[in-house]
Design a binder for this molecule. Structure first.
Ligand SMILES: [Zn+2]
Length: 293
């Protein structure tokens, strides 16, 4: 087992009848078992979470008790178990980032909660695991130039907001226009795409964007590999094929490899007709980064 996939069974929680099914985490992890060991993350401490989030939001993340307004904005039910799942996923992305720095590639069958802001959660994202991994590594003394490559169909508004004034972090978001989030936050580089763009045009724009990211000379890339760009996704409309998504992932992988930049993969969004569909796409991303064909 040369590879490790970070995953916790505690990511699987019950949101009731909801488009966001956490089955996909377990299924994607199970699909990775043939080539990777599954490694469980540890939860960040309260102090750790304060690296990213404000004290009031951290208190809510620790207790699992939100106001009705918080829950409405998060668009998820919340409880102690659900709060723990979101905290654990932040630990998961941190662990995948450590694996990336050790070996070049880190894989997380979870994470990518790019809509979480400093003082609130929204769009199913309570803890910004991407920002957490970067800020925790820095808090440990690492001088880290970081880049976030966010290819979820939705704009990475929370991540953009958290790093808006950080000259050492480059945020790149390529997403569909005209869908959630209504209010964009400016990333270092935003590329807005028309619905139904097609695989080839998508990958052209991606390669341009990745070149700009590499010009920043990051020490680490955190990749938000949302598969809600898929043609059968229930929320996204970019309509990439499965082959197109693999081309996308390959472009990120090859760019990082060529430039010798460690890359940590997080799953991000994905709302296919069934959890099995979504998990298959996520698992294909992880497998590609594990260089198993
Ligand atoms: Zn999304």
């Amino acid at each position: 087992m040369n590879f490790r996939v970070v995953y916790s069974p505690r990511y699987e929680v019950d949101y009731g009848e909801h488009v966001f099914s956490t089955d996909k985490f377990r299924l994607a992890a199970e699909m990775s078992r043939s080539y990777a060991a599954l490694i469980e993350p540890t939860e960040p401490s309260r102090e750790d979470l304060l690296l990213v989030h404000g004290p009031d939001w951290v208190e809510k993340l620790m207790t699992g008790v939100l106001s009705p307004a918080d829950t409405a904005r998060l668009e998820l039910p919340f409880s102690a178990d659900i709060a723990r799942a979101h905290r654990l996923a932040a630990g998961g992305t941190l662990l995948a980032a450590r694996h990336a720095l050790e070996t070049g590639v880190g894989l997380h069958a979870g994470g990518g909660s790019h809509h979480a802001f400093r003082d609130h959660g929204e769009g199913y994202c309570a803890v910004n695991d991407i920002a957490f991994a970067i800020l925790k590594l820095r808090a440990e003394g690492m001088a880290l130039r970081a880049a976030v490559v966010d290819l979820d169909v939705h704009q990475g508004n929370g991540t953009a907001s958290l790093f808006a004034d950080d000259p050492d972090t480059f945020t790149f978001s390529m997403h569909q226009y005209g869908i959630y989030p209504e209010i964009r936050r400016r990333s270092s580089l935003d590329v807005e795409l028309a619905p139904g763009i097609g695989d080839a045009a998508y990958c052209d724009k991606l390669r341009h964007g990745l070149k700009t990211v590499m010009d920043f000379k990051p020490d680490l890339v955190i990749y938000q590999a949302g598969v809600d760009v898929w043609e059968h996704d229930r929320l996204g409309g970019l309509k990439l094929t499965e082959a197109g998504i693999l081309d996308r992932d390959r472009a990120v992988y090859e760019t990082c490899l060529l430039n010798r930049v460690p890359v940590a993969v997080t799953l991000g969004g994905g709302y296919g007709p069934t959890p099995e569909d979504t998990a298959r796409l996520h698992a294909a991303t992880l497998k590609l980064f594990a260089r198993i064909s």
